[in-house]
Design a binder for this molecule. Structure first.
Ligand code: BES
Ligand code: ZN
Length: 603
């Protein structure tokens, strides 16, 4: 009998859900869950996590199975209400992984899955060193490589966790966190308990384990980092509380109890990641002069846009990121004045046009059609900066006061809910734009058409304008360089100069460096722009190659690393690039590694 049931169950699985839309095999409308309890042991010697996850089910009268997304996990056991259950792991799709199908009934209460991660669990990066470090990166669809789940942003759940780690390391999650290494009877390991009492989507599940210490900034905000970084990090982020206050003043109370920032090892593939209660950030923002803190304003802003109101699918990604860029610039304006926010907006437009130039026209729409594609393909300046420009254009049309009232109401009304582009257009019609403004803005053109609409508002900055004049003057006459106010320029101005100017020769480039010491800068954005210049100008001097190699071997942030490899390739240095990649890929996260190999292997 039991064999027959299992046979029928397997037969049933085979034809189920060959079709996937949400980048997920899960079918929450049939069976889902509202809470996960995660028990895990982090084993640094084998670089695996041995874990079990228990799901509090939400069944329907139709519930026959629970389908979870899984990728590169070894499933060891599945229990339904404590009893061994029939389960099956479907054929693996290279992008999505496999559906884990578990037989349940409309009466089932809980499912428990025991499993082990593998060296293909792409969310995880095990960083080796005197003391090891582990961190996860789940967005967009990598949560399934370390926790089986219905890995789609439209689905929310609360979680709690017990995580066992070596006794000298601290564990942190996107949850209520400890502030120091647990005291207590000495043993080889310690167990940390976590709770995330607010429902979150799977892409915000996060874990970090390492030699981490904490420093408070205010009652509700602080910084985590390794001991060698903590002082630098807490100095750089002194304005954290002010940012939260500015954000709350704009769009309503902060909903996540605490706001802490964890500075990760340089291998972190992104600038920042808005994990609830604990933003993950690259150490490359620690420039020493707070010049790169807009990134923290951005991640903080996600505590509203994204973490409260969440994009329904990755096709609506602009709703997460475009709103967040808008909010980021508003926080920056509040704290540092409109000269700074104007520069940020102007640079965003510059990046946007460069991106549009590189993309296929159909990929320049806000609403994406990512079916069968990696959601990562949508992570570009369209979602971020075209999204920003759309919102800014509406702000200018209706006036800031009205626009702010609209946004504040939007964040409170749709908190802990999902949003899609179509619904947002409806809301614009009912809550923001009168018929005249709607006709003027043409929201459908913004979200469904390619390129930049003709009604896009003017974005500019006096300071950037002056820099552009210096670029022109310098290109005409390189001796102008010495009278340039380089040292007085803010980071954004230096960056603009370096990302725009064309050096006429390697000698000219070296003269510039001899005067302004750009290659020695501690600001990684500036250094990046400089290295791009050396490649584009054809500078293969020993010193410049050293700077390049040092950078490629010590930074894993994809935004820097992948354009550098690409630039090497397009400037006839493909073999050299492959050689570097073979040397350094071990220190990159899978996200960066895969993008770079994609570039280098492309014909
Ligand atoms: N949520 C994103 C990072 C992300 C997006 C990771 C999609 C994976 C898939 C984060 O908020 C972000 O936008 N980070 C930016 C910084 C920002 C200032 C533009 C980054 O990492 O560069
Ligand atoms: Zn973001």
């Amino acid at each position: 009998m039991k064999k027959l049931i299992i046979f029928l169950f397997i037969a049933m699985c085979v034809h189920v859900h060959a079709q996937v839309n949400n980048h997920s095999f899960g079918v929450p409308s049939e069976t889902t869950y509202n809470h996960i309890t995660w028990n895990a042991k982090v084993d640094f010697s084998k670089q695996i996590i041995v874990a079990d996850a228990t799901y509090q089910l939400k069944v329907t009268a139709q519930s026959k199975q629970l389908i979870l997304d899984c990728k590169n996990l070894v499933i060891e056991q599945v229990l339904v209400d404590g009893e061994p259950a029939a389960w099956q792991l479907g054929k693996a799709d290279p992008l999505l992984g496999s559906p884990l199908t578990i037989a349940v009934t409309p009466k089932s209460k809980s499912v428990k899955v025991s499993y082990v991660t593998t060296n293909q669990s792409d969310a995880l990066l095990w960083v080796e060193g005197k003391k090891p470090f582990l961190f996860t990166q789940s967005q967009a669809i990598l949560a399934r490589t370390w926790i089986p789940c219905q890995d789609q942003p439209s689905l929310r759940f609360t979680y709690d966790a017990n995580v066992e780690v070596p006794a000298d390391l601290l564990a942190l999650m996107s949850a209520r966190n400890p502030q120091k290494i647990q005291e207590g009877k000495s043993g080889k390991t310690k167990i940390y308990h976590f709770e995330q009492p607010k429902p979150i989507p799977s892409y915000l599940m996060a874990l970090a384990v390492g030699d981490i210490v904490f420093k408070p900034i205010s009652e509700r905000a602080g910084v985590y980092a390794t001991p060698d970084m903590i002082d630098v990090a807490s100095k750089e982020l002194v304005d954290l509380e002010k940012m939260i206050v500015a954000a709350e003043k704009l769009y309503g109370p902060y909903q996540w109890e605490r706001y802490d920032v964890l500075i990760l090892p340089a291998a972190f593939p992104f600038g920042g990641m808005e994990n609830p209660m604990l933003t993950f950030a690259t150490p490359t923002i620690l420039a020493g002069d707070k010049s790169l803190v807009s990134l923290i304003a951005h991640e903080l802003a996600h505590s509203w846009s994204g973490n409260l109101v969440t994009n329904e699918t990755w096709n609506d990604f602009w709703l997460n990121e475009g709103f967040t860029v808008y909010f980021e610039f508003r926080i920056m304006e509040e704290l540092y004045g409109h000269e700074v926010s104007d520069m940020l907006a102007t640079l965003a437009v510059q990046d946007l046009y460069a991106t549009i130039h590189e993309l296929q026209p159909e990929d320049t729409r806000l609403k994406l059609k990512l079916e069968d594609r990696d959601p990562d393909d949508g992570m570009n300046d369209i979602a971020y900066n075209k999204g920003y420009w759309f919102l800014r254009t509406m702000e200018e049309r209706v006036g800031r006061e009205k626009f702010d009232r609209f946004l504040k109401n939007y964040f409170s009304k749709y908190s802990f809910k999902v949003m899609n582009t179509e619904r947002f257009l409806e809301i614009l019609k009912s809550d923001l734009l009168d018929p005249g403004s709607y006709r003027y803005i043409q929201p459908e053109v913004w979200v469904y058409d390619e390129g930049i609409p003709r009604n896009a508002c003017f974005i500019g900055s006096d300071r950037i304008q002056k820099v552009d004049e210096w670029v022109e003057a310098y290109e005409l006459d390189a001796t102008m360089m010495k009278t340039m106010p380089w040292k007085e320029w803010m980071y954004q101005e230096q960056y603009r100069f370096l990302s725009k100017v064309k050096f006429k020769s390697v000698d000219q480039l070296h003269e510039f460096d001899a005067v302004w010491h750009v290659s020695q800068t501690g600001n990684k954005e500036i250094l990046f722009a400089w290295i791009v210049q050396t490649i584009e100008t054809g500078d293969r001097s020993k010193a410049s190659v050293e700077v390049l190699k040092q950078f490629l071997g010590s930074v894993g942030r994809r935004k820097f690393i992948s354009p550098l490899y690409k630039s090497l390739k397009t400037h006839g240095r493909q073999e050299e690039a492959v050689q570097y990649m073979k040397m350094y890929e071990k220190v990159y996260h899978a996200v960066t590694r895969q993008t770079v190999w994609g570039i280098l292997n492309e014909k």
